[in-house]
Design a protein around this ligand. Structure first.
Ligand code: GLY
Length: 389
């Protein structure tokens, strides 16, 4: 495991205390191999403008957001940048996945051209995964790469999308098909932005947290079990610890295999645990499920395969489902689905190699391996696990 150095301003131990105290200064997460800091804290403490000034040599910036997050958070980021002498402008896109498009990227390129945005000038993304992926893609390609700084405002973006440098827009034939690896210059996570996140989006994002725990950190899985009630209550100190620990795990996995090219082991692709069946179910339900809700179903299905084919203990499979239920996550699809159609969709997954469907499966808590081409009957059985009663 890649070792890490973390400067933490407050003690984060003591997982079972009734209410977690909030650290009074930001946590700066640094992982060897990852050339940027991930700052986690609360408004004011994160101090986005000064942190940006420390990592870029520029006196201008563009801030990208969406029409919902703009008035809530992004405008104040622009103001605070202006207050430290950085001339910043705001560009807003409509909310929703449809903004991850070449059309919106083109709009941003036009704005950068008009402004003569230079190669040292950062693009700051204030919003969820859509804004981050779009702004990151534009930052990756403008001048062949300008600094980009995700300031995520959703739990999913905090713990997954903003870390690791995957940027993309969609093509009509598929999601995330046009993209680039482009690592951020800095990630600034202001936990207070989660105050306006809906319960549904918060709970859905917890699927990525459970995923990280299963693939990489058995102690973090136990932490979830011990703190399930406080996680559900969105206790501020617990949420901050949850975000910080997820960031560290994601950063470690990414740093060990930055471009997902590991051939000896699963590498970064471990992060796809739960996503093979998850993506197929998400597409089957025509994206009416939140991504995290589909991933939760994908985890349940993959765990069935893991018990059958990878020696994952049945007792741990039950623990995983119990924890997911305690966290309020649905472990069954919202309505019955046609398994054969979902199996057909599996064949189009990005993890397919030479037309063989591949799953990431845990062999035990904290370790994963590939499972190649499980028998169709076992796929059907795994999908049966997520059929509603
Ligand atoms: N979300 C998967 C990855 O960043 O690799």
């Amino acid at each position: 495991m890649v070792c890490q150095k973390i400067r933490i301003a407050a003690c984060l131990a003591g997982a079972t205390r009734r209410r977690m105290a909030m650290p009074e200064v930001a946590q700066v997460i640094q992982v060897p191999g990852l050339d940027y800091d991930i700052v986690v804290g609360h408004r004011g403490i994160v101090d986005i403008p000064n942190r940006i000034q420390r990592v870029v040599d520029a006196d201008r910036a563009v801030v990208v957001t969406d029409d919902v997050v703009g008035p809530l958070y992004a405008r104040s980021v622009v103001e605070s940048l202006n207050n430290v002498g950085m001339e910043a402008v705001l560009i807003s896109v409509p909310p929703g996945d449809s903004s991850k498009s070449m059309a919106q990227a083109g709009r941003l390129f036009d704005a950068l051209a008009e402004r003569q945005h230079g190669r040292d000038e950062p693009i700051v993304a204030v919003g969820g995964g859509v804004v981050g992926d779009l702004a990151g893609f534009v930052a990756a390609t403008w001048h062949r790469g300008v600094p980009w700084i995700p300031c995520p405002t959703t739990l999913e973006a905090d713990i997954d999308a903003s870390i690791g440098g995957k940027t993309a827009v969609n093509h009509p034939s598929g999601k995330n098909l046009i993209g680039a690896f482009h690592q951020p210059a800095l990630v600034c996570i202001d936990i207070d932005c989660l105050d306006t996140l809906s319960g549904r989006d918060y709970t859905a994002a917890l699927a990525e947290s459970v995923k990280h725990a299963i693939i990489h950190a058995p102690d973090f899985f136990v932490w979830h079990e011990q703190n399930a009630a406080l996680i559900v209550q969105r206790d501020p100190g617990v949420v901050e610890e949850l975000v910080a620990r997820n960031c560290r795990i994601k950063a470690e996995v990414v740093a060990a295999d930055m471009r997902e090219t590991a051939s000896q082991n699963v590498g970064r692709a471990a992060l796809n645990f739960g996503h093979t069946a998850g993506h197929a179910v998400e597409a089957y339900f025509e994206y009416r499920l939140r991504h995290g809700e589909a991933v939760a179903l994908g985890i349940v299905a993959a765990l069935d395969l893991a018990v059958r084919h990878a020696g994952f203990p049945e007792g741990d499979r039950q623990r995983c489902e119990r924890l997911m239920a305690e966290l309020g996550m649905a472990c069954r699809a919202p309505e019955r689905f046609e398994p054969e159609q979902v199996i057909e969709r599996l064949a189009t997954d990005k993890k397919v190699r030479r037309r063989h469907v591949r799953f990431v499966v845990p062999t035990q808590m904290g370790s994963v391996r590939w499972l190649e081409s499980p028998p169709r009957a076992d796929l059907a059985r795994a999908l049966d696990r997520i059929q509603p009663d």
